[in-house]
Design a protein around this ligand. Sequence first.
Ligand code: GUN
Length: 291
Amino acid sequence: MIIDGKKISDIIKQEIAEEVKQIVSSGNRPPHLVAVLVGHDGASETYVAHKIRACEQCGFKSTLLRFESNIDEAELLNAIYGLNKDSEVDGFIVQLPLPDQIDEQKIIEAIDYKKDVDGFHPINVGRMSIGLPCFKSATPAGIMMLLERYNIKTEGKRCAVLGRSNIVGKPVATLMIQKAYPGNSTVTICHSATKDIKDICIDSDIIISAVGIPQFVTADMVKDGAVIIDVGTTRIKDDTRKNGYRLVGDVDFENVKDKCSFITPVPGGVGPMTIVSLMRNTLLAATHAIY
Ligand code: GUN
């Protein structure tokens, strides 16, 4: 079965919009998300535009704060300190990647963890790893929502996570080992130094791939009936498209789809769920449901 992330994300956005209606009708202002965008990277522009549009769909206020790519670190830090203090801002994100002159980790750590709706701050990452209430990173939380909405069994399953990034691989592995549903899986994290990735995958009931290499997961790596979550979003030049590119995942979708029980397409799988997780985190920030 093809997992329809677009459909699930639309349903959850509607649920969020209903909650926002109630917040506003009881006399409170709507949740407010600020997106900080440095430079004009094409993928970042697209992601941020999607986030702003999702805010509109959920009834949130949104603000796009733009800076040129030559901004220095001190100026960006000052902007973050301002957002931390601004009581009219419930949550904010700094779109990554940042230009080379800026230390990304320093920026992430400057964000007030109570407004860190991306869930990238070490306090949120640490709290998530020990199962405390926190802002969970958007993509892993979106994957959990998909597993849950499709009623996919995870307990006792073998799960291979391909990739060890701080924003997908590590946090999704953390969530998949939690004593909870979705979770309770036995997780193997594979990365560039892993030997025998194929053997690990073929033994896995669930594969979550976040390596950013098209066609990385081929049919001979997939067990019959496995669940495949494709987090890859590589842009491939395509002159037949209006925007000049198309998005491809990590999985050889055409050859894998008939072998597995569930698979997420790219686009329309995990991507829309990442955005919906950000909306949920912003709602949680606005209602002080966590901090
Ligand atoms: N760059 C790629 N994915 C993300 C994300 O989820 N949040 C932010 N801030 N930057 C990203």
